[in-house]
Design a protein around this ligand. Structure first.
Ligand code: C2E
Ligand code: CA
Ligand code: CA
Ligand code: CA
Length: 272
């Protein structure tokens, strides 16, 4: 009812009307995609800032749409969130990432990171879903990282903290994703039971053009995270300059197009 006025305007605007239909089509297709197994995962390698060796992969969802081709998450994750489809979709991502990581063999251990949406995290049986994925795959829970954003935490901090603590008691690692983009306060960060801080791409890439200020920010974030005994991952590394700066500042892990793009499992395997 709140948006009735807006919708009334929309009804007279053919372009907007078709946009809504497009979204409804996408939702219907996505529902079928889960059944038809059109979803797939790409894996982006993550490397040690110190040694340059592979330390893990981030699993990133892709949708092999029968007509539109391979769709990035930007095209369907919001539809999945708004329709609630993110819950079964997210459960599938968890299972598939754990299964794949357990199947890959390597002497040196490596992690697999899975993105978790707020709605998914709020499900009463979320922990159970995670546990099931771990048990079914046989993956060592220490090798699973769940990436959460601030928005997950801010909705209900107390409950989020309790749930994060529970996950860590199971041996699973918790990462705070996109750090620096929201309004997270230092005091919030202090109270969060997290293992890993992921510095958002916007800091690494410095859109402002003010490299010096960006450097100070990244330096402060890394120092602070280390004082809280957190591991720091920088995402979106695209240039040699960014990489060498992050190494100098003591960033634990690095991820970005300079080092490797997200690739299908068959290609990711070559990084092992
Ligand atoms: P994110 O968690 O911040 O993931 C990193 C995104 O940055 C990925 O985009 C990756 O391809 C891209 N990226 C990596 N290195 C670089 C770089 O050097 N430069 C640039 N410009 N981009 C880089 P992608 O795969 O399109 O995913 C976008 C977002 O969709 C993710 O952002 C994440 O929030 C969401 N997402 C992806 N998979 C899932 C999923 O399975 N579940 C949920 N809930 N969200 C997902
Ligand atoms: Ca992520
Ligand atoms: Ca990000
Ligand atoms: Ca994100």
């Amino acid at each position: 009812a709140k948006h009735a006025g807006k919708n009334a305007v929309r009804a007279f605007h053919p372009a907007m009307g078709s946009q809504t239909t497009e979204r409804m089509d996408l939702e219907r297709d996505l529902r079928g995609a889960l059944v038809r197994e059109e979803l797939t995962l790409h894996y982006q390698p993550v490397f040690s800032g110190l040694t340059g060796r592979l330390v893990g992969f981030e699993a990133l969802a892709r949708w092999n749409h029968p007509v539109q081709g391979l769709l990035p998450p930007g095209k369907f994750i919001s539809v999945a969130e708004e329709s609630g489809l993110i819950v079964p979709l997210g459960a599938w991502v968890l299972q598939e990432a754990c299964r794949q990581a357990a199947a890959w063999r390597r002497e040196e251990a490596f992690t697999v990171s899975v993105n978790v949406s707020p709605l998914q995290f709020e499900q009463p049986d979320f922990i159970e879903t995670v546990q099931q994925a771990v048990i079914r795959s046989g993956l060592d829970p220490q090798r699973l990282v769940l990436e959460l954003t601030e928005s997950v935490v801010l909705r209900n901090p107390q409950r989020a903290i309790a749930q994060m603590t529970h996950l860590r008691m199971l041996g699973i690692k918790v990462a705070l994703d996109d750090f620096g983009t929201g309004q997270s306060s230092l005091s919030l960060l202090r109270t969060l039971p997290i293992d890993i801080l992921k510095i958002d791409r916007s800091f690494v890439q410095d859109e402002t053009g003010n490299l010096e200020a960006a450097q100070v920010m990244v330096d402060v974030i890394i120092t602070m995270a280390h004082r809280f005994r957190m591991h720091v991952v920088a995402e979106g590394v695209e240039t040699r300059e960014q990489l060498s700066l992050l190494k100098t500042l003591g960033c634990d892990s690095v991820q970005g197009f300079l080092l490797a793009r997200p690739v299908p499992a068959s290609e990711a395997e070559k990084f092992l």
